[in-house]
Ligand binder design. Sequence first.
Ligand SMILES: C[C@](O)(C(=O)O)[C@H](CC(=O)O)C(=O)O
Length: 522
Amino acid sequence: MTSKWADVKEESEAFAAEMRSIEEWWQTDRQKHIKRPYTAKSIAALRNVGFKIEYPSSVQGGKLWRQLNEHNANGTYELTFGTTEPLIAKEMAKYMQTIYVSGALCGLSQAAWPGEDHADYPADLVPSVVKRIFNTQLFHDQRQTQLRMRYSEEDRKSLECIDYMLPIVADGDMGFGTLTGCMKMVRSFVEAGVAMIHIDDLAMGLKKFTNGEGRTIIPTSDYLTRLTTVRMAFDIMGADTMLLCRCDSDHAEFITSVLDARDHPYVLGATKSVPAFTEALSNGREKGKDYLTVKAEWKASAGLMTFDDAVKAVATEEQHSAYSSEVADKVVALYERKAIAKRIIGQEVTFDWELPRTPLGQYMWQWSVKAVIDRCILAAPLGDVTWSRQDKPNKKDMHDFHTSVRKVFPGRLFAFGFIGAYDFIKAGYTQEEVESFHSDIAKMGVVWQVQPIWATQGLSLHAKEFAKSFKEGGIAGYMRDVAAPAIAGMATDKYGKPTSRGGYLADAFFDVVSGEEITERA
Ligand SMILES: C[C@](O)(C(=O)O)[C@H](CC(=O)O)C(=O)O
């Protein structure tokens, strides 16, 4: 057996050096805002000490970090869209600074079995799409270098010169389940060349879309564990890859568990003596009532509210303000809240959060902007960027959320995703406000903005229109409407030769192998 180290002394020295290098790294501009609940020593003990791999993902994470901070300093923003298609990603390089790889799109078009946005496909599916796009970027960058080096400096001045290496932002969804599963997903993303991934606080397997049921979130502590797992995986790999803390608590209707006292102020309970919701459901079914009807009726009969609202409902003004001052600005678990209320009011406040539990075990949740802010503030130190996902655009919530987080973390970077079905006008925005929306939110720090699933609207529309016109116009129409403008728009050199495909590069390999010089010979 060959020993890795000459002796244990050499091993200890290498370990200490590894630990010091991690500590120094964590002090860099890119890393110093991140607060970890673990030590550099623990991370060193999880590394391949003495075997350093430099990941392109780290380079791209650093690049994105600089781009977004520059936008932040200037009050500007990056606006991009989602794709899974390398050819489209190539064209984006002329206008965009980043590319987004959406989980919803991957689920719809890249999985062996297509489906909705459930993140129920293999954990390395989105990373594999990132890898294909990243490799395409490398290819076009390499192709461009080879082509440009055929020309003199003078000639190169008039040739297009594109930065193809756009940082890729990708969807890590709910982190794919277990802690170790999440670590493997992160490793796949880093190896694929991603610049930033987002992880949210949704519950696995409980996402509903059209049946009137809202979203289900996980407890704060579980969300923080997900984010810490990603951070730890980046740290073990020594990668500057960015972490976007996405929060789906806006308009959430359920939470999976009440194990974290920080969530207690927002959990709903019955304040009247009623049968459990599940019992009401079986009774309702027998009478032929549907789920949503029973739910609405049961909620109305149960006097459903948060514990603090239940206190307010029975207390005098004086008692309520005494109660509020005892529970304000600190973590107070439900059992403590109950004791405080009983002491002040002189009687038990009726409140039962078990009665509303659903057949799947979820607790009912009262979302509020404050609940979202509380979560995002706790999550922020683990990540680099924050995103509160909204089903509907809401002016006041947008403002309150971003300004409140920035009160605690001045200069915080934010992201925002535009859902295709957003109806800004219905949501109370004027047409002028829609026009200036991007720059208005950029001023609050929303520096990365994305239309994640353009393909489902834009690309589908183009495909439908093309299918119709091809059917009608045949190859003559194709030559006129597609080929001619495509050829006219193709980049060419001064001799009129097209420059944006791979032919020159392919031939250059043959030339180099046969000993020919391939530079400056246009
Ligand atoms: C961003 C998103 O996670 C995605 O997978 O693209 C989706 C997009 C959508 O539903 O429009 C999301 O926002 O949940």
